[in-house]
Design a protein around this ligand. Structure first.
Ligand SMILES: [Zn+2]
Length: 454
């Protein structure tokens, strides 16, 4: 199978926004909760929509049903390709907690409702609509535009972006990539910002092991592996790892400071005086902002899985727990292990289970970042595009391994006072996207693609 653009049929397409809304609504009605994922229903649907305008999209699976789609609009080859990406899987949704059913795609209160509405079937719909229009209008661009719709992002990317990069690298190699996460309206005080992701933390998952004397449960030991496991869990749960300020946070704060000096004073104080980190919750009154901000200033470690013992009357000789560690740009796995040893002491053995380094893209001097700034700020005078870093990870982790410069930009306009906070929509109840904001998003994304690839 090839991925060449075939001659397009002459039938006119719906307007770009209408095509996007229709695609998004249909995707939202398909349950791709991961696990088990079952991304194939979405991938086959999008493949049909892309084939209808002459593409020959490729469907690629690492496991049955866990389908990835890749399609390419051929340019002249004068410049290297641009990759557009979205993941097709979603996290679970409890219908009892939602005001509209999570797989309804229902139109209600001016929004499309459904799990994945902003994370990130909206992006899959926008990219598909843009690709369809490029083919139907026979647009000649200097770059190939590749669209990859992937499986398995929500469970760590192994069957999606990682599989494509490791097994089908040539299909997704690009100079630039656009994907999750950023491009949404962030209203702070009287200003509106559009954060664009240029960096994300690495992860370093660690197994911690404590060995002690086993014994009979009828004769307690104060130094058993289980007792010391309790001490270790408490120590790690209460620790604040050392602050390392990065230029990503510095440039984010600079951009905020220019617009909102009063609002961010508490954050500036913390960045300047790392010893205040432990008090971030008091300085920044919103607990969720405080948590996410402090995660951007330090490596972090959360104890998650705990294992010890199998019988009530036996004191086990080994106790283990797993740590979800996250590393800042500039920090290595070894740096994190050193910080963990300082908290846990020498008796806890640490072993890395799986890790990937931080992902960083330089926003300064990037024509794509400049294009995003121009296209967003010309549509919304007064708004400001700012580079930012996320504490989690996305498909950027793998797609950047081909050398692509990654920008998290899946644009959505959210009106001030709409009652929708973008951050709360991610994996939250009542996930929905304003229909007008989706139409705005595809218009700006289409303009960015065309300008960058012209
Ligand atoms: Zn996502």
């Amino acid at each position: 199978m090839t991925t060449t653009t075939m001659p397009a049929p002459t039938a006119a397409l719906p307007a770009l926004a209408d095509d996007t809304i229709r695609l998004c609504q249909t995707l939202l009605r398909m349950d791709t909760t991961n696990p088990p994922g079952n991304e194939r229903i979405c991938a086959e649907y999008l493949a049909a929509e892309l084939s209808a305008v002459g593409y020959a999209p490729q469907l690629l699976e690492a496991q049955p049903g866990r389908t990835n789609l890749v399609v390419r609009h051929r340019g002249t080859g004068a410049k290297p390709p641009l990759l557009l990406t979205a993941h097709l899987d979603v996290v679970e949704a409890d219908p009892a907690k939602w005001r509209r059913p999570p797989f309804s795609g229902e139109e209600y209160e001016g929004c499309l409702w459904g799990r994945g509405a902003i994370d990130m079937k909206n992006m899959a719909a926008m990219c598909t609509a843009i690709m369809r229009r490029l083919a139907a209008s026979r647009t000649q661009l200097a770059r190939d535009v590749i669209f990859a719709a992937v499986a398995d992002e929500e469970a760590g990317c192994d069957l999606g972006s990682r599989f494509l990069v490791e097994q089908h690298r040539g299909l997704v190699e690009a100079e630039y990539a656009i994907g999750e996460s950023g491009g949404f309206s962030l209203h702070l005080g009287s200003s509106t910002f559009y954060p664009v992701q240029v960096a994300e933390k690495g992860f370093c998952w660690v197994r911690a092991r404590i060995v002690g004397e086993p014994g009979h449960g009828s004769m307690p030991r104060h130094d058993s592996a289980v007792t010391r496991l309790g001490d270790a869990l408490a120590a790690i749960g209460r620790a604040s790892l050392p602050v390392h300020t990065t230029k990503y946070i510095a440039s984010f704060l600079d951009a905020l400071r220019a617009k909102q000096p009063a609002l961010i004073q508490p954050l500036l104080r913390i960045a300047a005086r790392p010893q205040l980190l432990a008090r971030v919750a008091r300085l920044v009154p919103n607990a969720s902002i405080a948590r996410s901000f402090s995660a951007l200033l330090a490596n972090t470690a959360s104890a998650t899985v705990v294992r010890a013992g199998a019988k009530t009357n036996v004191i086990p000789g080994v106790a283990e727990f797993e740590i979800d560690g996250r590393t800042l740009p500039g920090q290595t796995d070894e740096d994190l292990l050193r910080e963990l040893r300082a908290v846990l002491g020498p008796d806890v053995e640490l072993e890395i289970i799986k890790s990937a380094p931080p992902t960083v893209t330089e926003p300064i001097g990037s024509p794509l970042f400049d294009t995003i700034v121009r296209q967003v700020e010309s549509r919304e005078p007064g708004a400001k595009v700012i580079p930012y870093m996320i504490p989690g990870f996305t498909d950027a982790k793998y797609f950047t391994q081909t050398g692509a410069r990654w920008y998290g930009f899946s644009p959505v306009k959210i009106e001030r006072g709409s009652g929708i906070r973008f951050a709360d929509m991610f994996h939250g109840h009542d996930e929905r996207i304003p229909i007008a904001g989706l139409a705005w998003g595809v218009d700006v994304l289409d303009a960015v693609v065309r300008e960058h690839c012209a």
